[in-house]
Design a protein around this ligand. Sequence first.
Ligand code: UD1
Length: 420
Amino acid sequence: MDKLRVEGGKRLEGSITISGAKNAALPLMAASLMAETEMVLENLPELADTASMLALLNHLGVASERQDEVVRFSPASGKRTTAPYDIVRRMRASVLVLGPLLGRYGKAKVSLPGGCAIGTRPVDLHIMAMEAMGATIDIIEGYIEASAPDGLKGADITFPMVSVGATENALMAAALARGETRIINAACEPEITDLAECLIAMGASITGQGSEVITVTGVSGLNGCRHAVIADRIETGTFAIASAMTGGHVTLNNCRPDHLPALWDMMRAAGVGIEETATSVLISAKGSPHPVDVTTSPHPGFPTDLQAQFMAMMCLAEGDSVISETIFENRFMHVPELMRMGARIDVNGGNATVHGPAKLHGAQVMATDLRASVSLVLAGLVADGVTTINRVYHLDRGYYRLEEKLSACGALISRVNEKE
Ligand code: UD1
């Protein structure tokens, strides 16, 4: 198992090219199950999670071929409809094949994803959406067994809370349902808009994406298409925070700054210089950040996937800040690890009070989930001495060549094999 070794104290300077978004890529890949002709996705990042989705699609009869960032998907063959536990347990987002399989074949058997480090993360809303469209769902021996022998029917689906994944599943299933579906209280994340645009290019009829009500008029079949995955806003935000923490001067290229309005507001409030263009952003920082209180919320609010990284930055602030997590329970697993590096943080339910400024020092720390792990890398960049981050496979799920991208801007970071 690999570790990351970070030697703190280097200011980041230079430029970083942002990769395609993991969270946009996964539903787009799932949509390939519905394509009757070849589909091509560009800017598809090479990550452990996208590899898991390729393995699942392969199991479901979709062959794929990767050439750098471009992946071609053959139309599904064999009408296979079972997503087995062995693949789904590796990645929760595997549940995104439920809507496409049910929409296309009228049946699906998808393993329940099981436990997850950042909370219980149920899939009841995904199931509720399929039931609203006329599917019969049984949970049998750990599998969601869904069937709609006469096809799905358009319906009004009102989500009681905002769910990115359930909105995506509903959107894909509705694309092939009979009649009109309205998804009410839909997620507005840029990844939803990207999925809707790809489905439209495949022949679907969708309006309202990016707003709280999405209307879908079902069609009888979908083609493949060529589509470029949007830039990863979480990778963008992570490197922006890393740059600011080191007092750096870094340009992030190939990104969409307009997908991160709340982050820029908070970073500006912390005193960080942010200069945006349509496809790049320049981060420039001097001295310690000001303390800023942050509350996570659905888009366009502050993303939960940047909460841990922002907390790492607030450890350096001149004063106290309160970070409130409203999306996931138990998403403060980075707190004890940051405290091992010298941070002073009190957690009370969903609120963490960060007492700054802390003098961070290198330590052995444990990665627990994707975003928690990267916050430890960021803390390591500014800590005195060496930080070793264990269980790096969490990072490999979502960051493409993290250590290479940071080293190119002057960070002292390297991957070490456990045996060394
Ligand atoms: C997606 C992202 C993840 C991000 C999250 C919130 C992907 C692959 N992952 O996850 O990185 O942190 O959005 O922005 O895109 N919920 C239910 N029942 C359900 C579904 C969700 O109660 O059936 C709850 C969850 O437990 C959570 C909240 O809804 O508290 C939001 O979760 P959701 O938006 O569904 O997250 P994901 O789609 O799993």
